[in-house]
Write a new protein. Structure first.
Length: 580
């Protein structure tokens, strides 16, 4: 019964500690997800209230103020900041500010990963990678594309191609080829396989493995010929262009020219963008420069210049000027070479400035991300310290609970043992008390018997005195002596009764008697009785009256008792017994 009580007590303490931890240390965040439907609704409401057809028409400060006053108040908790970041992403996307757009996406996945769905995390992470790729920060782009691979529902074929393009952009060709081959393995559609094979062929071309590159390009053409109806024609003509480039590198100029003329004469070529037309014509011009004379090449160069009108500096005019410089070196005067070279240097300087601007944007984005990561690290450290404190507090509470349980159980055990000991002690004392009560009654009976005996002696003496009075001549004197005798005896009896009354107090005296008898077991009953009378403070005279003897007899009796008690003559036995 006792053990079961202790077990229940400990369980109550432990359960109370666990409940305290659940209520005070492990709070549950019930923030709901911010859905795409809510985002679209907020964007539509923003355009309606701001009276615009496109948020790009609104200044950033005005949009932020509107969001903070009209939109965010509709949400609670962390959802407020999530909604604010999503709206910022959409705003910068419409303004083509990929730096801020990427920055806010990164905030979402680093600060609120637990409040976003897996699909949202995947989409945001992939878009962050695209943002870095556009800013030419291929290392960061590669990092975020790699993070997307852990999701089950991701298109690994496209991701592997993106990772391969990152390595290709930083000229790590072996790594690029590795991921393009993985993309080929995971490719599902025909177009996916053709893209991957084209990419592998391009890596082989850059490595100088022209025959291997040609094998992959021909493999792409075979796939196109088998499944032409399901494949975009752009794949076919891109592959033909790549094959023409391989022929040019191998020195097969006639075959290369034949390929480019086939593309040039196709119906598809007529509807292609200017960038593709310029690519084909520039390659064709390089082949023709190996086969034709300078007059023919001059006319073709003029035709090529027309195609650069709508192209950007790097892919259009810069490429054209490089080709023009090579042509001038072979065919034109030194004056024209100098003019083309000067123009080329100006264009290169402009491109350099543009690249520096892009680099600044990239560095700005990297700095923003660094600051965000630093803030996140600080927040994580703070959270970690807070978690440690909470854990320590929880452990402390648990220790306190265990200690309370232990000491509670120990207290119950001690109380139980103490109760049993006290109970036994009371039983023992009761037995001893009963024994001492019997002894006290025995002493009273003995005293009473001795009193009766003394009374008999008294009456005998009185009878004897009366006889002496009758026989005496001086009657008056003898009668007076008789009266004095009776008075003295009467006083002695009163003292005796008083002494007997004192011996009725059995509390402390009986305990003393037990202990004293245990230490001096050789004492007789008479000696023990004298010890008890000394203990309660009786003088030798009083003891003599009680014992019906002369005081001198008591002094002699006490001197004999000293030897039994081991006391020397100088010791006062009365003091020893009272202080025992």
């Amino acid at each position: 019964m006792l053990l079961r009580t202790i077990y229940i007590f400990i369980l109550i303490i432990l359960n109370s500690g666990r409940l305290a931890c659940q209520n005070g240390i492990y709070p549950y965040d019930e923030d709901q997800l911010y859905s795409i439907t809510e985002l679209k609704s907020d964007i539509a409401l923003s355009m309606k209230d701001l009276q615009v057809n496109n948020l790009a028409e609104v200044k950033h400060e005005e949009f932020v103020e509107y969001v903070d006053t009209k939109i965010i108040n509709n949400y609670l908790g962390k959802k407020k900041e999530i909604a604010r970041l999503y709206l910022a992403v959409k705003y910068f996307e419409l303004n083509n500010d990929f730096v801020e757009m990427t920055h806010n996406r990164l905030k979402l996945i680093t600060i609120f990963p637990e409040q976003l769905s897996k699909d949202d995390l995947l989409r945001l992470t992939k878009n962050i990678g695209e943002g870095y790729f556009k800013s030419n920060n291929y290392f960061f782009a590669n990092y975020f594309f790699q993070k997307c691979l852990v999701y089950k529902n991701v298109n690994k074929d496209k991701l592997y191609r993106k990772i391969g393009r990152c390595f290709l952009s930083i000229n790590l060709l072996d790594s690029a080829e590795h991921y393009f081959r993985k993309a080929l393995i995971h490719g599902v559609t025909t177009q996916d396989r053709m893209r991957s094979m084209n990419n592998i062929g391009h890596v082989q071309f850059l490595l100088g493995n022209y025959n291997s590159a040609l094998t992959y390009y021909n493999g792409v053409l075979e796939i196109f010929n088998k499944e032409e109806s399901t494949v975009d024609s752009m794949h076919f003509y891109n592959t033909l262009s790549n094959i023409g480039s391989v022929y040019y590198k191998l020195g097969h100029y006639s075959e290369a020219l034949e390929v480019f003329e086939k593309i040039d004469s196709s119906n598809f070529y007529k509807t292609t963008p200017s960038s593709f037309k310029f690519e084909i014509q520039s390659k064709k011009f390089l082949v023709q420069s190996e086969l034709q004379d300078c007059n023919f090449l001059g006319q073709k160069l003029a035709e090529l210049e027309i195609l650069t009108t709508n192209l950007n500096l790097e892919k259009g005019l810069l490429r054209f000027l490089e080709i023009s410089l090579d042509h001038c070196i072979s065919c034109e005067s030194h004056i024209k070479i100098k003019a083309v070279k000067t123009k080329l240097e100006l264009i290169q300087a402009e491109i350099y400035v543009e690249k520096q601007k892009e680099l600044l944007l990239t560095q700005g984005l990297s700095q923003l991300i660094y600051n965000d990561q630093l803030s996140l690290v600080r927040a994580n450290l703070k959270l970690e310290n807070s978690s440690k404190e909470l854990l320590e507090e929880s452990n402390f509470r648990l220790k306190i609970s265990l200690m309370l349980g232990f000491f509670g159980a120990l207290s119950l055990i001690i109380f139980f043992v103490y109760w049993r000991l006290q109970k036994r002690k009371k039983e023992k004392l009761k037995f001893e008390f009963d024994s001492m009560t019997l002894e006290s009654k025995r002493l009273k009976i003995m005293s009473f018997m001795k009193m009766k005996e003394s009374n008999s002696i008294l009456f005998e003496e009185i009878g004897h005195k009366l006889k002496e009075i009758l026989e005496s001549e001086n009657l008056e004197k003898e009668i007076n002596n008789m009266i004095l005798f009776i008075k003295s005896k009467s006083k002695a009896e009163l003292d005796r009764e008083k002494i007997i009354g004192l011996t009725d107090d059995i509390g402390e005296s009986l305990t003393f008697k037990l202990n004293f008898c245990a230490e001096y077991p050789t004492l007789t009953d008479t000696e023990i009785q004298v010890v008890m009378l000394i203990r309660i403070g009786m003088s030798n005279k009083e003891i003599a009256i009680f014992r019906n003897v002369e005081p001198h007899s008591i002094r002699v009796f006490k001197n004999r008792m000293k030897s039994k008690l081991g006391l020397v003559a100088a010791n006062d036995m009365n003091t020893y017994i009272k202080d025992y």
